[in-house]
Design a protein around this ligand. Structure first.
Ligand code: FAD
Ligand code: FES
Length: 409
């Protein structure tokens, strides 16, 4: 036990949540239902202070990517956070909040010896096709739920599972690295007994024999199979698209090509005023490029956002000297740039198309699995679907990061 006094109870009651530093530890204090609680103050997803977050229904919401933690237990409540917070005993005495800096619970999960013993007694094999965020989080969640068998995570990309959002933001601007976006911490996959087979795709499924074939020709039996093959960038089928480079941004390899090309470019044409197109336009402006965004709809993000939000984004684009062509069809691309349907030429030495994503469903289709389609938003497993445990309605979405990261519970 190592009790330390911190702020006054009155100060905590006034704020509801407060960040303090005790013994070199950053701790968040909460006043909840007449009691005080203490957790680690740094979000387990990336660097953000939870004391700057929003407290509701017994949970704290991270201010950066809206990850949720249960204040009483430190438990991560769903994507994108999967690791629990340390919690510390806390009490009020003499009008002061006291914290015992010996953690009552810390992130880390099950005891390694017990986990290894459970693994030895389970002869099943879980194969996950697709080592994106959903695949990786599924593997992690299977372990957290006590699955003791072998887990093999197969990914077509050569990189370990990573989160895609930084690709169009900090990674593009050279402010972060792909390693910082990895889903697994260093050594975590080994610790959890998750075998990674990277740089090779699952090319076929034999459902009767319960076996998959990989791109390198090997075959692998399974007891359980999860398809987490995600989506690919929709491609342009316009005159000229085969004769000049049109960039897309879906994976790390795309980002590796786009980053240097963007730095070298002077005039950038972005086809598609969706999230990815606008994020890349923003990165290009940050690099001082002349940027034009061409959008077929008469409003930005028309299918996703209310008109006020679309109009606000158009205003922001204008404030940042982005030339915006709304309700504008394209006739083709050429070495000079993008030709609009009315014949005008948007000169560009770099063209990027951000025109949506299509599901990688060929594998499932060829295996004869029923594909239900996804009208009006898809549901994800875990608290990402329906109502989270903090009593807050979770959003319904199509290709979104929350949906790809099921809770480990
Ligand atoms: C640039 C960019 C920025 C984004 N920003 C945001 C954001 O800010 N907020 C947000 O909510 N969402 C964002 N998203 C969307 C989010 O990243 C996706 O919803 C998420 O990546 C989906 O995860 P997933 O694992 O289901 O699929 P994917 O990320 O598509 O991963 C699927 C993986 O499976 C692999 N694969 C496919 N077929 C096979 C096969 N046959 N065998 C083996 N492996 C296979 C693929 O190579 C891929 O690595 C962004 C997406 C991109 C591209
Ligand atoms: S930093 Fe907290 S959810 Fe990402």
């Amino acid at each position: 036990m190592s009790w330390h006094s911190s702020i006054t109870e009155a100060e905590l009651l006034a704020k509801g949540v407060a960040g303090v530093e005790i013994d070199g530890l950053r701790i968040a204090l909460y006043a909840l239902d007449g009691e005080v609680f203490a957790t680690g103050n740094i979000c387990t997803h990336a660097f953000a202070l939870l004391s700057e977050g929003h407290v509701e229904g017994g949970c704290v919401e991270c201010p950066l990517h809206q990850g949720l933690f249960d204040i009483r237990t430190g438990k991560a409540q769903g994507a994108p956070v999967t690791k629990d917070l340390a919690t510390y005993p806390a009490k009020v005495e003499d009008g002061l909040v006291w914290v015992d800096t010996e953690p009552a619970a810390a992130a880390g999960g099950e005891a390694p010896a017990a986990a290894a013993a459970a693994r030895r007694s389970d002869s099943r094999r879980l194969v996950i096709a697709g080592a994106g965020q959903a695949g990786a989080e599924t593997a992690r969640a299977a372990r957290a739920e006590g699955f003791g068998g072998e887990i093999v995570l197969i990914g077509a990309e050569r990189h370990p599972p990573y989160e895609r959002p930084p690709l169009s933001k900090d990674l593009l601007l050279g402010r972060t690295t792909l390693a910082e976006a990895h889903v697994f911490d260093s050594g975590e996959a080994e610790r959890l007994g998750i075998a990674l087979r990277l740089g090779t795709a699952v090319t076929a499924i034999d459902r009767e024999a319960r076996r998959v074939t990989l791109g390198d020709g090997t075959e692998l039996g399974y007891d359980l199979l999860v398809l987490a093959t995600g989506a690919g960038a929709r491609r342009l089928s316009l005159p000229g698209a085969e004769d000049r480079t049109v960039h897309y941004l879906r994976d790390a390899a795309d980002a590796e090509r786009l980053g240097p090309a963007l730095r070298a470019a002077t005039q950038v044409a972005v086809i598609g005023g969706g999230f990815i197109g606008l994020e890349i336009a923003s990165a290009a402006r940050a690099l001082g490029k002349k940027v034009t965004v061409i959008e077929a709809q008469d409003r930005l993000l028309k299918r996703l956002l209310p008109s006020e939000a679309g109009e606000f984004l158009a205003w922001v684009a204008g404030q940042n000297d982005v030339a915006l062509y709304l309700g504008t069809a394209i006739a083709g691309v050429s070495p000079e740039g993008v030709t609009l349907a009315d014949g005008r030429l948007i000169e560009a030495d770099l063209i990027l198309a951000g025109i949506g994503a299509s599901p990688n469903d060929a594998l499932a289709r060829e295996a004869g699995l029923p594909l239900g389609g996804c009208r009006g938003g898809c549901r994800a497993p875990g608290p990402a679907a329906g109502r989270g445990r903090c009593g807050r309605a979770a959003p319904r979405q199509k290709d979104g990061w929350r949906a790809a990261a099921p809770s480990a519970s």
